[in-house]
Design a protein around this ligand. Structure first.
Ligand SMILES: [Zn+2]
Length: 227
């Protein structure tokens, strides 16, 4: 049976260690991130004008604002399982990434979109092993559907590296970035702006184990570490 929202407690339970940790972080932010920069926050109150959009994984270890050391207002960010962009689809549905892209590209007019994959990505690993295939929705099925966007690049990776181990995983993680870039280019407005030179698309990969960012060279498909 589905639990109705009205059966949930009205007041949140206070005093959990998790909430305490969040609130102490919030107080640090008020002291160091808000109060000394109140003028900047006043400007932001009037609107945002980010020039960069980043698409990253929801993984807790790869926060774009931390990795790129940006300030509020600088980056428009979408995070989801494995930093995936779905293809341009017109079927009815709740197209969250497409809505964010539409807003960033058409309303905010961002100049760059960076797709950032990362090492040790659980979604990419599941795409490789197919361990969630056939799972019920709510029991892994939503993830399986989502990462099925990687199925068409899986075969050559499995043929070369197998389904387990870092070589296979890294190949899948980097292939995922290329799939998202290709899907970005399936959006007519993105394709047009890229052709006109008003929008740049970039692939990136953050290697968690050594903290090194790599950028994709689309002329040869290779990722190179940033100095
Ligand atoms: Zn991930």
């Amino acid at each position: 049976m589905t639990e109705s929202p009205s059966s949930l407690p009205v007041t949140p339970e206070l005093g959990t260690p998790e909430l305490d940790r969040l609130l102490s972080g919030y107080r640090r932010f008020r002291d160091t991130g808000w109060t000394p920069r109140v003028e900047r926050w006043r400007q932001l109150r009037d609107g945002q004008n980010p020039e960069i959009m980043v698409i990253a994984c929801s993984d807790s270890r790869v926060d774009p604002a931390q990795i790129f050391d940006t300030d509020p207002g600088e980056m428009f960010v979408v995070r989801n399982v494995s930093a995936m962009v779905p293809p341009f689809e017109t079927a009815p549905g709740h197209h969250g990434v497409s809505a964010a892209l539409e807003f960033a590209v058409q309303v905010l007019g961002v100049k760059e979109i960076v797709v950032m994959g990362h090492g040790m990505c659980g979604g990419c690993r599941a795409a490789l092993t197919q361990e969630l295939r056939g799972a019920e929705r709510g029991e892994g099925g939503f993830i399986a559907d989502w990462i099925a966007m990687l199925d068409h690049v899986r075969d050559p990776i499995v043929a070369e590296f197998g389904t387990h181990g870092r070589a296979a995983e890294r190949a899948m993680e980097q292939a995922g970035v290329k799939v998202s870039l290709a899907n970005l280019r399936s959006f007519p407005c993105i394709r047009r702006k890229e052709r006109e030179g008003t929008l740049k698309l970039r692939g990136a990969f953050f290697a968690i184990s050594d903290g090194v960012l790599h950028l994709l060279d689309e002329t040869n498909g290779e990722f190179h570490p940033v100095d």
